[in-house]
Design a protein around this ligand. Structure first.
Ligand code: TMP
Ligand code: ASP
Length: 235
């Protein structure tokens, strides 16, 4: 496999072409971003822990029969992935109230949500990722109704795998964001699953072990990512 030109640079990851048109090299950088790029920093070691974390989670999902873009990790900060035609919506599941849901609806943080809440957001930094619904996705052609149904189904299937995994490790998977793409006629999980794109709380103390530590200036960001990783048994 030959790593080629830079295809795109996101806020925390970059994607490079390879000599195979169906595969990309995904590089997890040390860049941290919050509030749609408004707050930025370099956090040493973030690329490496996120690449490991993502590999661990995506392998768990594959074992449970949920197809992901991950082919294999290549080195500390890079993974080989399938090249998806990304759908520009973000799928969020919330098991516990927090973040924008608490703000929008005036709900205290930390309340278990039964059943879990599903939300779509438009992936658009300039618009600050507005919340959207199925009608917007259909009308503006971002995905078909079949694709919407598959994304919802797969996002909940991920919950069925990861919720117990985190619970058994003494943590709450409060919420998370997934992105999907099209590959060979199928809807496949892309992007990443790391503490950058989810909320993880210690089940007892409710201590935050995710990017809210960066968003809210709580300190020990990367240390907390490592604590979550260790508890899941991946270090
Ligand atoms: P929110 O409470 O800010 O809406 O976020 C819900 C979850 O989704 C949280 O774990 C963070 C994640 N998320 C992202 O990683 N990127 C995004 O652009 C959005 C909207 C949410
Ligand atoms: N992921 C977005 C950003 O990097 C939003 C956030 O995490 O606050 O800016």
């Amino acid at each position: 496999m030959q790593k080629g030109d830079l295809l795109y640079e996101g806020k925390a990851k970059s994607a490079y072409l390879t000599d195979n048109p169906n595969e990309l090299v995904l590089t997890f950088r040390d860049d941290a971003s919050a509030f749609d790029g408004v707050k930025k920093a370099k956090l040493a070691g973030k690329g490496a822990i996120n690449n490991r974390f993502n590999t661990f989670i995506m392998e768990k999902l594959e074992q449970a029969g949920i197809e992901t873009h991950l082919i294999k990790p290549l080195n500390e900060t890079e993974s080989l992935v399938k090249r998806l035609d990304m759908i520009k919506v973000e799928c969020v599941v919330r098991n516990v109230s927090a973040g924008s849901l608490s703000k929008r609806l005036g709900i205290d943080e930390g309340l278990p949500l039964n059943p879990p809440v599903f939300e779509f957001f438009l992936k658009d930094d300039a618009l600050h990722d507005p919340m959207i619904n199925d009608a917007h996705i259909l009308t503006f052609g971002w995905a078909t109704s079949e694709e919407i149904a598959v994304m919802k189904h797969k996002t909940f299937a991920v919950n069925a795998v990861l919720n117990p995994l985190f619970a058994e490790a003494g943590m709450w998977l409060v919420d998370y964001k997934l992105e999907f793409g099209r590959y060979d006629g199928r809807i496949v999980l892309g992007d990443e699953f790391t503490p950058d794109g989810c909320r993880i709380w210690d089940a007892k103390t409710k201590e935050k072990l995710d990017k809210d530590r960066f968003r809210r200036d709580l300190g020990d960001v990367i240390e907390s990512y490592h604590i979550a990783a260790q508890r899941l048994g991946l270090e």
